[in-house]
Design a protein. Sequence first.
Length: 369
Amino acid sequence: MNHGQQLIKENNEKLLFKLVREHTTLSRADLKRLTGLSPTTVSSLADDLIAKGLFIETGIKEVKSSGRKATLMEIKPDGGYFICADVGKKITTVECLDLNFKVTRHFETETTNLLTLAEKIKNTILSFASKPDTNVIGVVIGVSAIVKHSRIISSSSLLNTEGADEFVEILSTALEGVPFYLQSDSNMKAYAETIQDKNLKDIISIDIDDGVGAGILLKGRIFSGHDGAAGEFGHMSIDINGPVCTCGNKGCLEPMISIPAIVKRAHELDPSIENFSQIVCNTDKFHGLICEIAEYLSYGIINLANLFNPQEIVIIGPITRLGDTFLEHVREFTYPRLTLNQAKISYSTVPGNPVTVGCAKYAFDHILI
């Protein structure tokens, strides 16, 4: 088989894999109908995918037109694995996920300097990969940083980026021959939302934690801008007379709605407040403050909606602990002023760690389909 024929075969395998993923179960006859490929080609491709451990035959269905029975196939969950990491400000999580994005192995460690951390993550990757019958398809690292070209950590307000190039080099070569990707954690959180709804192509995920960021997907693809800095939602200014941000501007969202900013405001109202959990347990007491935060956030959401016209804007992070009342306030402040766009506003419902789940989905889409 020459290179051109091999490429055609690989593309057709990816097409079959994509269709089975979308429909959960399909027969060879279904795949022939959906692809337009010949029965012989479909059978050969399906047999190859079964031999590789990516498909499994699961049952029989009757074909109405002929009365014959057709064998159904679905993706074999343990046919391949993704090793994914979430490098956060305080904690780094490494997980091994199967083809259904279920976590099979989990490791956590304190986020230290990047060189030490790289060795810990590498050792965990090697440990996960050494388990019997573990076919690692891809390695993806999500970091709390601006990432350029899926390879370069350019800056971060949450991580010490000293040794960033060596960090990437160590991890990208941990498993020889296995595709490696580096992405911002905000983008991976947005990407994770596509697991919940396969028709979701234009989405913005707003992450409110120690910082404030956004992941942007347009037409199903990550929008990261020229240098990877798109999505710096926390540095969108909504008040020229607002507090001075670390970036030097006034009225940025981050010093107004981040978790530390909310705790600071609550402490000014009640000196006994020292952490966010105390606010969560006393939402009635801080109703006015919560409404104010919701209004500030709504200004930013309106700007995003008018700029990008998304299907859905998802809020994620500790801010969601304020509950449905906070979400309703955000909607009340936002919807009446969204004259050109009625994007759905919701909390994320992605189970587990949205960064590692998003990393796995990203690898799935970029390697298998």
